[in-house]
Design a protein around this ligand. Structure first.
Ligand SMILES: Nc1ncnc2c1ncn2[C@@H]1O[C@H](COP(=O)(O)OP(=O)(O)O)[C@@H](O)[C@H]1O
Ligand SMILES: [Mg+2]
Length: 254
């Protein structure tokens, strides 16, 4: 099973999901995610990436097989506040400000309030000055950034990000890809990131899984042994380009 050499934090066994209407999105997937590492999932649109992430998050039930997270079910881990998600359509509470939305995540995970940490995260995602603003007055990219701050504020053991930068402009994306990973990497957090961008996958992750068209199958499992923290000009690095080329080749012949 790929990735099972180090202690696995997330183990999927025979995982399958057929959606209502008979769409087979994930079929018999065996997969392990090593504790403390960031794994990027890339694959063609509609191949089952979001389905896989929702199964791991315990937001959807599998049609077959199991997900085990640090020895327990996703539902149990969610109740304990161990899992954080930031998905493409951020579901911020419209009547709360950015600050209140982010702080609420700590309360829901039964953690002590930490206003300084909340303020630092809001600044890090570039929303300084918008802490007292409600979601309706933010752009889509700003709402996504608020959702990213919310996902990190509990210092989760499991972090699941589904195209979290999709609506964010290119320059901010690059800045977030550089500034955010140190917040969870090196803290034992196991992160799974779905992205459309090969460069983003290489920049952010320790490992890249390239998926085939639906139902998702792993067509490449690439290690990303680049130094951390990753420098701003990383995409000029020959090793970076070599990994990106392998990922593109796998995606193309998926
Ligand atoms: N709730 C749902 N009901 C029915 N079909 C779904 C549902 N969610 C996803 N699908 C279908 O499952 C397939 C995989 O979807 P998804 O996991 O969202 O792909 P990806 O995230 O890789 O783009 C697609 O064909 C999609 O239309
Ligand atoms: Mg998706």
């Amino acid at each position: 099973m790929p990735g099972s050499e180090a202690a696995a934090a997330i183990i999927c066994r025979g995982l399958s999901k057929t959606h209502p209407g008979g769409v087979e999105a994930v079929a018999e997937m065996d997969l392990a995610f090593s504790e403390g590492l960031t794994t990027a999932l890339i694959g063609p649109s509609g191949c089952g990436k979001s389905t896989l992430l929702r199964l791991i998050a315990g937001l959807d039930m599998p049609s077959g097989g199991t997900v085990s997270i640090l020895g327990r079910t996703p539902a149990e881990q969610r109740r304990e506040g161990a899992i954080s998600v930031a998905f493409q359509d951020p579901s911020l509470l419209p009547w709360l400000t950015v600050q209140q939305n982010v702080a609420l995540a700590r309360r829901l995970a039964r953690q002590e309030p930490d206003p300084d940490h909340v303020a630092r995260l809001i600044a890090l995602v570039g929303l300084d000055g918008f802490a007292a603003t409600r979601p309706a007055a933010l752009s889509g990219g700003m709402r996504q950034r608020a959702a990213i701050a919310r996902s990190l504020v509990t210092r989760p053991r499991i972090l699941l990000l589904d195209e979290p930068f999709g609506a964010v402009d290119e320059l901010t994306r690059r800045q977030l890809a550089r500034d955010l990973p140190p917040l969870w990497q090196g803290r034992g957090t196991t992160a799974v990131l779905v992205t459309h961008s090969i460069d983003e996958a290489v920049t952010l992750s320790d490992r890249i899984l390239v998926l085939s068209p639906r139902p998702a199958r792993i067509v490449a499992d690439l290690a990303v042994p680049l130094p951390r923290p990753r420098p701003a000009d990383l995409d000029q690095n020959p090793q970076f380009r070599a990994i990106a080329s392998l990922a593109l080749a796998a995606l193309s012949c998926g």
